[in-house]
Ligand binder design. Sequence first.
Ligand code: GLY
Length: 353
Amino acid sequence: MAQQIIAFTDNVAEKLAGIIGEISYDKLYVLTDENTFAQCALKIKDFILNSKAHVITIPAGDTAKDIESISKVWMELSTTGATRRSLMINLGGGMITDLGGFAAASFKRGINFINVPTSLLGAVDAAVGGKTGINFNGLKNEIGVFCPAYAVIISTEFFATLDNDNLLSGYAEMIKHGLISSNEIFNKLINYDIRSRDNIHLLSLLEESVNVKREVVEEDPFEKGLRKALNLGHTVGHAFESMMLEDNKPVLHGYAVAWGVVCELILSHRHCSFPKDILMLTAEFVRINYGAVYFGCKDYDRLYEYMTHDKKNDSGYINFTLLKDIGIIELNQTASRKEIDIMFDIFRDLMKI
Ligand code: GLY
């Protein structure tokens, strides 16, 4: 897979102008969603005017990451004369970079695109690493391709538009990157006060965190092995996310991942001797910053059921990424129903619910 340029900046318009100045293209497109357009497009208003970019806007939210929205994007590209030499800038959260990446990767068999994530979650995860796609037939990311953006531009300017919950949501993926990489990175993350809104400090932590993902993706772009490490916390996290959605109490992805990480560190401790002190430290960090997800024994059956439907599972077994220690990854682990019940019991104790 081609390497991506990943740029960190506090001036997105200037960085964009610099990067597109190095690319040969005929027409320029900016894809965004209605919310992002209202909150963030001002930051690149002059850039849009000066570059004569054609702006395509689609509805916001994960439910709009669908065939109708992408069809609208293809239609606008087609009817405004986009060619294989056209360039698309995806400005938004993970929904826009996923959908826009797939629209670009498939239009006329592929045009160049640049991702400009506007959420912390998008910056640390979705925009980087070449996964693109849309939801289809009720299934998340059912249709898509691996296709890296030419460049990803990450700017502090957008962090100010995020509320604490959305900041915390992205931060959970950063904690995960700390756990799968090194004590040094993990310690810095666990000791940073996310509510301080110190964006300069956050950008330096983010840069390290994105580099963790970049290194993993460079080694295993198509998720045959090591890239599965990025799934730490997600097997249980997705189950929490689905349960809360079913109960009409949807939670942000990163909150579910934070709780899922604690659960999967419990399994890591029991299966792979992951150090108890780091488990306890992470659990306390999550309890204080993310609160708890409230559930009882009566919910174990359906949480287990959600996990059995995870698309990472192989041959009927629930597939977990576990850790032996910080940075020591144990891929393709499984656990019995009894062990999963015990994991939930311990989690509820640690979260004091
Ligand atoms: N979100 C995990 C990955 O990019 O592989």
